[in-house]
Design a protein around this ligand. Structure first.
Ligand SMILES: Cc1cc2nc3c(=O)[nH]c(=O)nc-3n(C[C@H](O)[C@H](O)[C@H](O)COP(=O)(O)O)c2cc1C
Length: 204
């Protein structure tokens, strides 16, 4: 099973990327069947959405085509967003305009928010309120809020770390285990023949 990890910060060397790599490493260790693929939006540097996305312009085929293939081959996603001025990043909002139900629809998403302070609640709510509508990504009821991120997840080993670090590592493992179970379960929904994107391309 392949899991895509979207690192939503467009700051090079971000804490979101650190969390993405930590989670990818955790997935490698806990289950040999889980492959991961990181999409770092600071590296991808996608242009802002324009009409050419819908009309299938060559520019967009080149930019988005390879990403669409990767996304399509994933069975679930971790969606990481830092809290920026109480919001999800512009790059992540743009990602949800570019991505469609063909690639991520009816696949589970584990929301993971990141803050250098005690934030992280707002981007969680923002993702849950709108980003799923047309993409049909299915967010788990479980999510991760990684506060004081600079003090956490800095070493690979699980010994000689603070209780807060220990706690969040356990919570991350729990989230990934659940994501994998939801991915197994939602496969049958996608294969049920009940999803009608032709009649209902967008959510209500
Ligand atoms: C433009 C900007 C706005 C920010 N606003 C908030 C905020 O509203 N709440 C918060 O907890 N942290 C805020 N932060 C700090 C981030 O939590 C911090 O940069 C953290 O490392 C996560 O971002 P990163 O993944 O880009 O590193 C902000 C950071 C930036 C760059």
């Amino acid at each position: 099973m392949k899991i895509g990890i979207i690192s939503g910060s467009h700051r090079p060397g971000s804490q979101s990327r650190k969390v993405a790599e930590f989670m990818a490493d955790r997935m490698r260790k806990m289950s040999p069947v889980t492959k991961s693929w990181i999409l770092d939006l600071s590296e991808a540097n996608f242009p802002m959405w324009d009409e050419g996305v819908w009309s299938g312009e060559d520019k967009w085929k080149k930019v988005w085509g390879p990403v669409a293939q990767e996304l399509s081959s994933c069975e679930g996603f971790v969606v990481i967003s830092p809290e920026w001025s109480g919001m999800v990043t512009p790059a992540l909002k743009n990602f949800f305009l570019l991505a469609s139900s063909k690639e991520i629809g009816h696949k589970p998403g584990l929301i993971t928010t990141v803050s250098s302070g005690v934030g992280g609640a707002y981007p969680n709510c923002e993702l849950r309120i709108s980003s799923y509508k047309n993409t049909r990504i299915c967010y788990l009821p479980e999510h991760l809020v990684i506060r004081n991120v600079e003090k956490l997840l800095n070493v690979a080993h699980d010994t000689d770390i603070t209780p807060d670090d220990q706690y969040i590592r356990g919570r991350i493992d729990h989230g990934i285990h659940l994501l994998v179970e939801y991915a197994k379960a939602l496969k049958s929904v996608r294969e049920s023949g009940r999803i009608d994107y032709k009649a209902y391309p967008n959510g209500m």
